[in-house]
Design a protein around this ligand. Structure first.
Ligand SMILES: Nc1nc2c(c(=O)[nH]1)N[C@H]1C(S)=C(S)[C@@H](COP(=O)(O)O)O[C@H]1N2
Ligand SMILES: [Mo]
Length: 420
């Protein structure tokens, strides 16, 4: 904190011109992420005009959403980190927990928490975003950044000896829920625990208890970035984030990061459970050679994205702060009303660089000066290191999408600058 103050004072001494010329702001401590605007008076947040409706999802399933105007630190505190639970929230104990690695492997493994803690430790700074974030009006805070610690997955899979016919790796959580699968053709009768009843469309409804599971190709699972993670921000994983162990797959949307992980299973073909093949499937109407067709793709890797977080005022000067993530960020631009795109300053983070590349968000700042009183719109867009630009919401690729996942379009917020 003290170091940060020193940095800020050094910047102040350089004067306004020097500040404006900087494209990177060095922030000394990762805890103090947004540098304050230069000045001597208090810094005030000007609240957004657009209101976010209350979430209709019960708090067991969706809670602790990020309040952008309150965003201050680069690491999201664990007790403030959004939670998405599709089923129950298992209460596992560290002593009894076991992880099995099985299926198409030569040496089945059963590992305890102590085994994982004794294995090589690795940390990664990774911004976890739910792929549904900003796809629904009430859901704009499904994102958080953490320092995740655990042991790499790949060496353990290697030790287990994946057989030649092993192609897909399924990660099973300990949570489960009752789901009804409607099937108009294939269902014949109930299994041992499922129930089959006729439905109104002349088919049969199969109701089962399905466990949370996600899968990846063997090649994706073997990425050196993947961790069997037991810590968030230097403390044991909280229960709601998957205690004692979850998969952390840096660069993948939230759903791939299986919480309460108890089984890893190698299979010879795709796994088509609910969260691979029924939910978290993006449905799009694509046009190829003048013909339309519907396509279905499973939510997988993060997409390039940014958002304005808050507008602040200090000594009469305004600034927009925000974040950019989902791909290695080259630059961020801000558009006020229908004006030109203007470059924002990236805030360099000393906490970055853990992991094989940056998987964490980049904070940015746009010095707005003294805008005229009245309502304005603020839009941001991120540009990645390959020159790819975050799309507008009406970009054909996004406009053709009829499901809410993977909505990475530019975000516009409204704010009223008061008359002085
Ligand atoms: N076992 C299990 N893992 C899960 C889920 C779940 O419901 N059960 N939700 C997934 C989804 S959709 C998201 S967005 C992230 C959210 O992680 P968090 O709750 O730790 O923020 O966890 C993923 N892992
Ligand atoms: Mo999610």
């Amino acid at each position: 904190m003290e170091q940060h103050e020193a940095t800020r004072r050094a910047v102040l001494k350089g004067g306004g011109a020097a500040v404006a010329g900087l494209t990177l702001w060095q922030v000394a401590g990762p805890a103090q992420a947004f540098p304050q605007q230069p000045g001597s008076g208090p810094e005030t947040v000007i609240e957004w005009d657009d209101e976010v409706p209350d979430s209709p999802v019960p708090p067991e399933g969706l809670r602790n959403l990020l309040d952008w105007e309150q965003l201050k630190t680069w690491y999201t505190p664990a007790d403030n980190f959004f939670v998405v639970n599709h089923y129950n929230e298992p209460a596992l104990t560290g002593a009894d927990w076991r992880l099995s690695i099985g299926g198409l492997v030569d040496h089945r493994k059963t590992l305890s928490l102590a085994d994982l803690r004794a294995a090589p430790r690795r940390e990664v700074d990774f911004t976890l975003e739910c792929s549904g974030n900003t796809g629904l009006p009430f859901f704009i805070g499904g994102i958080g950044n953490g320092r995740w610690a655990g042991t790499p997955l790949a060496p353990l899979l290697k030790m287990a000896g994946v057989r030649k016919d092993g192609r897909e790796v399924v990660f099973w959580g300990a949570d489960a829920g009752e789901v009804t699968v409607r099937d108009n053709s294939g269902v014949l009768e109930g299994g041992q625990t499922g129930s089959v009843v006729p439905n109104s469309s002349g088919g049969l409804d199969l109701t089962i208890t399905e466990r949370f599971a996600r899968s990846m190709s063997l090649a994706d699972a073997m990425s050196p970035d993947n961790l069997l993670c037991y810590e968030l921000n230097g403390a044991p994983l909280p229960r709601e984030h998957g205690f004692p162990v979850r998969l952390i797959a840096p660069g993948w949307y939230g759903v791939a990061n299986v919480k309460w992980l108890t089984e890893i299973e190698v299979r010879d073909g795709r796994y088509q459970g609910r969260f691979m093949a029924r939910d978290y499937v993006t449905v799009r109407e694509e046009v190829r050679n003048g013909q339309t067709r519907w396509t279905f793709t499973t939510v997988a890797r993060d997409r390039l994205k940014s958002a304005p977080a808050k507008v602040t005022r200090r000594d009469g000067h305004y600034a927009v702060f925000g974040a950019a993530w989902g791909a290695p960020i080259d630059r961020v631009q801000v558009r006020i009303d229908q004006g030109p795109w203007q470059r924002a300053q990236l805030v360099r983070q000393s906490g970055r660089g853990h992991g094989s590349r940056d998987f964490a968000w980049t904070f940015w700042r746009f010095p707005w000066g003294r805008p005229p009183a009245g309502q304005h719109t603020v839009t941001s867009r991120a540009i990645d290191s390959n020159g790819k630009v975050q799309p507008t919401p009406d970009d054909p690729f996004l406009a053709a999408k009829v499901t809410y996942w993977e909505s990475n379009g530019q975000i516009t917020r409204r704010v009223t600058i008061p008359a002085t």
